[in-house]
Design a protein around this ligand. Structure first.
Ligand code: PLP
Length: 391
């Protein structure tokens, strides 16, 4: 189903789905087992246990066969009631979509806007909570890694702001594109529901999504009034206690998840994060050497998962991506929402090494030339010098 024959491997450098390592593909290439049988129970129990390590939690993590959007809905539907006010930070397109979903569930989102060039405005969150003396706001929703802009929000600081305001709102965090690529600590950061997906840092194909759940969120679930059935945590947690699922799990993706967690733990999460930081810095150096601008303006909020690059006025990011796909067989991320055609996004996440990065940046540099985008040469050189320790 490729549009035309190509030689060499396709470069999938969108910010998720990321490349699936061979070891994970091999792990999924195993007969689907009886999901109600004893072997599955043993497998499920140990998998759910080791999954907690990735979220840095000792609390339950549930897995839905769904894309990340499903886990967004599960987080809201299990903890809130129609008419509840929720404070949401519009860091970019994904925060915008989550807010739309909240509205459709009958919640009342209150937006803290940004210019899509930074993470969540922590001071504005604290101010809004301090003003809410009657505690009408029931949850604060933040996207940890905004995949549309490449901005990372400071979740530990958001927690501090909620505590400083003395406000009882739940903290719900989307780390769909952050988990297992950049530092994340469900327990230490006092997150009530963490939302994640399989197709980014976990290096799996799309199809699994996750909620890590605090005790406070479990308690909220008892009184939550949004109708829910498939997304209900209660039957899921009851079945999970024996390693099972209330409906048919995505068995082969779970085999892949098991292998992916082993790979992450063998490398060591801190090493995984440091690798992403290094590739992100090399990418930004390339962008600057080209004379282009990264979308994010706050250095402390640069994402190590992806870099969104702004095109000079009058030039089309979509035309550039089309040229790069056509000439060099590489997919880059498109600009989303108001950034459509204004930025392209380079994914440097998941199963990714230095030579893949150099190849990716080489494809971009050649594409800038081929598409007639004004730039200076030397971006790849700057990235290589940094990767080689000679920057
Ligand atoms: N949130 C973020 C930060 C994302 O990056 C994405 C998808 O890329 C989503 C939510 C939506 O997830 P999905 O497309 O898997 O439903």
């Amino acid at each position: 189903f490729q549009s035309k024959p190509t030689s060499g491997r396709h470069f999938l450098q969108i910010p998720g789905p990321s490349n699936t390592p061979d070891r994970v593909l091999r792990a999924m290439d195993y007969p689907t087992m009886d999901h109600r049988g004893p072997d599955f129970g043993r497998f499920g129990k140990q998998l759910l246990e080791k999954l907690r390590g990735v979220f840095k939690t000792s609390q339950p993590v549930v897995v839905f066969p769904a894309s990340g959007t499903g886990a967004w809905e599960a987080a809201l539907a299990n903890t809130l009631s129609p008419g509840d006010r929720v404070l949401m930070c519009e860091t970019g397109w994904f925060a915008h979509l989550w807010q739309e979903l909240a509205g459709k569930l009958g919640l009342k989102p209150e937006l803290i806007e940004t210019d899509w060039r930074r993470g969540a405005d922590v001071a504005a969150i604290e101010a809004a909570l301090r003003e809410d003396k009657a505690h009408g706001i029931k949850a604060v929703c933040v996207v940890h890694n905004e995949t549309s802009t490449g901005a990372t929000s400071r979740i530990a600081a958001v927690r501090k702001a909620i505590d400083a305001a003395g406000h009882p709102a739940l903290l719900l965090v989307d780390t769909i594109s952050g988990l297992a690529s950049i530092d994340y600590r469900h327990d230490e950061w006092g997150v009530d529901v963490t939302i994640a997906g399989s197709q980014k840092g976990l290096m799996l194909p799309p199809g699994l999504s996750f909620n890590a759940i605090s005790q406070k969120a479990l308690k909220a679930a008892e009184g939550a009034g949004i109708p829910r059935s498939y997304w209900d945590w209660r039957p899921m947690l009851a079945a999970n206690a024996q390693g099972f699922f209330p409906s048919t799990p995505a068995t082969n993706l779970l085999y892949g998840l098991d292998a992916a967690i082993d790979m992450l733990m063998e490398e060591g999460l801190d090493n995984v994060f440091a690798r992403h930081d290094r590739f992100a810095e090399a990418t930004r150096r390339a962008v600057r050497a080209w004379g282009l601008e990264v979308q994010v303006e706050v250095p402390g909020e640069y994402s190590s998962v992806l870099t969104a690059v702004r095109l000079p006025e009058g030039h089309s990011a979509n035309a550039l991506r089309a040229t790069i796909l056509e000439k060099f067989n590489m997919s880059l991320g498109n600009g989303l929402g108001r950034l459509n055609d204004r930025v392209f996004r380079i994914g440097h996440l998941g199963d990714f090494g230095p030579l893949q990065l150099v190849g990716t940046l080489g494809g971009v540099e050649m594409g800038l030339g081929a598409a007639g985008v004004p730039h200076k040469p030397g971006g790849v050189q700057a990235a290589m010098a940094y990767l080689n320790g000679n920057a």
